[in-house]
Unconditional design. Sequence first.
Length: 465
Amino acid sequence: MSVNPSDDAGVIELALGAVESAARMQAARRLSASDSLRRLATSSVDPAVATFAVRRLSDEAELVQVATNAALRAVAQTALGKLTHEASLVQVALGAADAVVAKDAAKRLSDEALLVRVATSGADPVVRRAAVKRLENDETLVELALGAFELELRQAALERITGMPALSRVASAGEAALGLRALERLDDERVVNRIALEASAHEVRLAAVERAADGRILARIAKEDASEAVRVRALERLRSERLIADVARTGRFADTRTRAVRGLHDERAIADVATGDSDPKARSEATRRLGDQTTLGRLAHDDPDYRVRRNAVLKLKNRDEIARVASEDPDWQVREAAVRRVRDQALLRRIGEWDKAWQVRRAAIERVDSEAVLASRARNDADRAVRVVALRRVTDVTVLVNRAQWDDSEEARSVALNRLEDPSALRQIVHGTAPESIRAAARERLAVLESSPVDATERPERTRR
């Protein structure tokens, strides 16, 4: 091949395309212009030729082009090794087609601002991590740990942080995963307490609470933290009843105040919550633990929430107060609770007959001794549940026979039928005018009785009405 010594383009063509390596090298030796050497170093796939070309280069800009675009990694690395300016290195770190070359460029950087630029803008994660690993300033690393787009980059930045103040910032302001890792590396009790109060991630606050030892800090967290899980754990770790009482009285959240009451033994503190808390659940829980009868009596009559009044009447000892509540309270839940503690049979008879709530009538019928009231409710009560309870207790066979045939409720009919032990009463149903299904059930019941005699003392007596 004939080559014009003054024609660099022809020489480059020969250096790149000659069949024999000696001819390619001979052509390369003819080149001296930086531009030509850069083109040869970038494009040649002959390691010897490309290396020869790059070694003859000294222009920083041309070397950057080779390091960024060379076809051969070894040639790009050779060009990189000749670079001396940080501005050139950052160009390679950000622009090299080969990630290994870009990483090597990043590893040579020392300027913090340039390293941050590569860490946040590098094309490959390997390059970005290499830049982070070169950073030493904690403030810079904190900014990356809190603000970098990639989790791996944030984690890498955290691992480089050495100062306790910087770790504290990440624990307080970072996401849960990073905050927890930062917290693990902190051992100053005051710092841990502050993180328990201030960390943005509730998982971090919870972990810090597990390590906090200051009762006042724990009480503050139990009163104020936005996370229920954190509040609960802080309260569980409190040992001072004085601080628990403070949470019960002044906690921001009703659920925590309610839990705090369960840990109290001081009667005055419990009474303060029972009479003064704005939340009925907290008052109700405190009332359940209260022993003072004067306060309980006031709550049983005056508290606006039925749950508080119900818990109060369940602990009252004054029978007159209980009877008054059973008769007068506007909510059936409270009257029902009171009725279950009433002993006055006259009051039970009246409530069993006349209370407007079936739940309250049922509670009275479960305790009343009057056969007349039981019979009346078994026959006439508008609610099935009350009739069923009355039928389980009444002894009047006439009532049982009647209800076994004619009650609207299948359950009530079944209860009445199964309480009949007198064969003559069952025959009355079998030969009566009730629907066939009822008479069939009576026949089955009669057959059972006649095959298994029952002591007459166990049978309901026929009562004259």
